[in-house]
Design a protein around this ligand. Structure first.
Ligand code: IMP
Length: 193
């Protein structure tokens, strides 16, 4: 079976490729010669995941899934949440987002945070949603150079290294995205796909 992953994020694609069974013929957007950004204008992770998956399904008519992820920081009342990508402003880098986060948490003892991923799957039956959550803490400094986004400042609960200090294989054993993808894979197997 062929499935499109509706994301231009190469890091997400690599993580997801490693988590899907070989029987799934995963197509990326570059495989479809689609290089534009996909609109994500909803105020919720669910809304954005559905918007991205529907946008690509409408265009290519191939079953499609998309993820939307947010970092929710307790001391910031759940911010940046759905606005994690644009936390430091439109067009800013992951490094700018991290710098802003560390500044906002300066002197803050409560560093509890969680990543939440929502995957939306459209094109076969009703649209379906899968969620994954990873709890942890925001570190005082950046550590590690693997992964992407906020990985250098996120230390999963029970670990003494950040996600950016883990290999893709290690991150995929515990991450929010991996948890959501596992639920999605179970759903595909129930559909006998
Ligand atoms: P989106 O799901 O692509 O909208 O991502 C929202 C924001 O969260 C972006 O700044 C991403 O870089 C960041 N992000 C998404 N997934 C991860 C992850 O697995 N680790 C660290 N940051 C992430």
């Amino acid at each position: 079976m062929r499935l499109v992953f509706a994301s231009q994020n190469k890091h997400k694609l690599l993580e997801i490729k490693a988590l899907l069974p070989p029987a799934v013929g995963l197509l990326s957007l570059p495989d479809l010669y689609f290089h534009e950004d996909i609109p994500e204008t909803s105020p919720t992770l669910v809304g954005n995941a559905l918007q991205k998956a529907n946008f690509i399904y409408d265009r290519f008519q191939v079953p499609c899934f998309a993820d939307d992820t947010g970092l929710e920081v307790e001391a910031l009342d759940g911010r940046p949440g759905v606005y994690s990508a644009r936390y430091a402003g439109e067009g800013k880098t992951a490094d700018d987002n991290i710098t802003k986060l560390l500044l906002e948490l300066k002197g803050q003892a409560n560093r509890f945070a969680l990543f939440k991923t929502v995957i939306a799957f459209v094109g076969i039956g009703e649209p379906t949603l899968f969620e994954g959550i990873l709890e942890g803490n925001i570190t005082l400094d950046k550590k590690g150079s693997n992964g992407f986004g906020y990985d250098p400042v996120f230390m999963p609960a029970g670990y003494s290294i950040t996600l950016a200090e883990m290999s893709t294989g290690e991150k995929n054993k515990l991450s929010h995205r991996a948890i959501a993808v596992k639920k999605f894979v179970e759903h595909l197997s129930i559909l006998s796909l």
